[in-house]
Design a protein around this ligand. Structure first.
Ligand code: N01
Length: 492
């Protein structure tokens, strides 16, 4: 360690950190903790590789619907994105490169699922699936949101004798080209798959339970010349970052939290896009009966074009059951298929569970969240000292670049960690009163959002409340700028 680093070392650089998860936000935490001078940082990853959602999802057509030049770490600009919205593979490569460049990859403990975390009155005892235990002063969970796939609860699924898999576990050993594919679901994933496979599939039966609004967003290539120009001009990349962030924050992100004018623009764009479907019968099938952006809005400028191909049939009749060789719909028809893909979403409200988490006085997270997942500003939970969460409940997951959100949340967490590192606090956790106040304000503000305008979506928790951020970006920036230490229970 250099003399300067030595001087900047926090008083308690020997603090032991556990970072749980090596996806986008876990990598961020590991890199930033190291940068802050902490040397005892263990990164636990359940799977055999890093990258979280960008590792798990490899389906045809996968891309991110946040522009790449803002879907990156602030500290690691990438001039080489090849499209405005890059492919999933490219994003995974970016994360992998950042992890290597910052020396984190080699330190990740892969295939190390943490099954239990227990506060023993002074520290956290973590237990891996293999039964090993280790002690840490601070735990940071970065376990993601759309992590555990949900297979549809349709009778007969186990009887299907041909390849069947979830979209987030795509089995590339089966070539779908020229085959009859069944695709259940019409969320962002299924729409991207449809747009990608329609041209080459033998036949695609798209089983749609609910129609979706689709806003057309172009995805042009970024030429090599442009990439080189960006590489030579970091300032331009920085300007691009802020330009894109600003556009996102002031259009779509405002539309969903009560800006009627912006929402009207989104609705108009969706309606005009839908009007490009020529066949009135197909158009009627694809017409949603709820307000645009109530469900997560889908961005695609190719879906309507591709779904009109002769190779695609949109099946709106409900599914009765799955049989040996196909899907039987309620009208008695058997849709024979060679390969079935379930793009049926994720368990979006589990957060760090099924990990068992036992906080102060034996109080468990399952007890704490028995009625609803309530955190303080998404990052902490009363009764769970020195335990912090990136992208916890009510994070702005659908409205902005999630990387930017993680960075802001992590910077906030670091302000709390500083208190512990400086020796001012031994334990820090949000107070119950502050957490209740925060969740009360969230509940009040939710009534003005589009998510409660009458549709079902993965945004809604088991009580029907959106687990989202109901305010604009400025409010998020304000809340993340500086912890109000009056809102915390601090033991010194
Ligand atoms: O999952 P979903 P997803 N029988 O939960 C249907 C992000 N993402 O993987 O609407 C029949 O949205 C279900 O029907 P219904 C993005 O945030 C981003 O597509 O409930 N159908 C629905 O159509 C996104 O929102 C990107 O009636 C069943 C679908 O399955 C989130 O991930 C790309 C069913 C599930 O849709 C999740 O998207 C991909 C059943 N039993 C994903 N069960 C981009 O960046 C469920 N469905 C572009």
């Amino acid at each position: 360690m250099s003399a300067a680093e030595e001087l900047n070392r926090p008083a308690r650089a020997d603090l032991r950190f556990a970072v749980i998860g090596a996806g986008m936000s876990g990598l961020l935490a590991a890199i930033k903790l190291e940068e802050a001078g902490f040397r005892q940082v263990e990164i636990f990853e359940r799977e055999g590789d890093l990258g979280g959602t960008w590792r798990d999802n490899t389906y045809p057509g996968l891309s991110c619907d946040v522009p790449s030049h803002v879907y990156r770490y602030r500290f690691a600009p990438n001039p080489h994105w090849t499209r405005r919205f890059s492919s999933g593979g490219e994003i995974w490569q970016y994360l992998d490169k950042v992890a290597r460049d910052y020396g984190v990859r080699d330190r990740i403990r892969f295939n190390s699922e943490i099954v239990r975390a227990e506060w023993d009155g002074a520290a956290w005892q973590l237990t891996t699936k293999g039964g090993e235990t280790e002690i840490f002063d601070i735990v940071i969970t970065a376990t993601g949101v759309l992590r555990d796939p949900v297979m549809p609860d349709i009778p007969g699924l186990e009887d299907f004798e041909r390849p069947v898999f979830h979209s987030a576990r795509w089995d590339h050993s089966h070539d779908w080209r020229g085959k009859r594919m069944g695709l259940i679901g019409t969320g962002s994933t299924a729409i991207q798959i449809t747009a990608a496979v329609a041209k080459e599939v033998g036949k695609l039966s798209l089983f749609q339970r609910t129609a979706q609004w689709v806003v057309p967003v172009e995805n042009p290539e970024i030429s090599e010349r442009e990439q080189e120009a960006l590489a030579k001009d970091p300032k331009r990349m920085e300007e691009l970052y802020f330009f894109l962030a600003d556009r996102f924050q002031n259009t779509f992100a405002r539309a969903v939290v009560g800006d009627a004018e912006e929402l009207a623009k989104v609705e108009k764009a969706c309606e005009e896009n839908l009007a490009t479907v020529k066949d009135p019968e197909l158009r009627a099938k694809l017409t949603p009966n709820y307000q645009a952006a109530c469900k997560r809005l889908i961005m695609s400028d190719t879906f309507y074009e591709e779904v009109q191909r002769d190779t695609v049939e949109v099946v709106t009749e409900g599914i009765e059951r799955i049989e040996r060789n196909g899907v039987r719909t309620k009208d008695g028809r058997l849709h024979e298929i060679d390969l079935l893909v379930c793009a049926t979403g994720f368990e979006a409200h589990k957060f760090m569970r099924p990990m068992q988490i036992v906080g102060r006085d034996g109080h468990t997270l399952d007890e704490e969240w028995a009625e609803a997942n309530r955190a303080y500003r998404s990052i902490g939970i009363p009764g769970f000292p020195n335990f912090f969460t990136i992208v916890g409940p009510n994070s702005p997951i659908g409205n902005f670049s999630l990387i930017m959100i993680s960075e802001m949340q992590f910077a906030y967490i670091m302000r709390l960690v500083d208190r512990i590192a400086s020796g001012e606090a031994r334990e820090i956790e949000p107070s119950r009163e502050a957490t209740d106040r925060f969740n009360g304000a969230i509940a009040d503000a939710m009534t003005g959002t589009v998510w409660v305008s009458g549709c079902s979506s993965w945004y809604l928790d088991r009580n029907g409340n959106p687990a989202m951020w109901p305010w604009d970006f400025e409010r998020f920036e304000e809340e993340m700028a500086e912890p109000d230490f009056n809102d915390f229970r601090i033991v010194s």
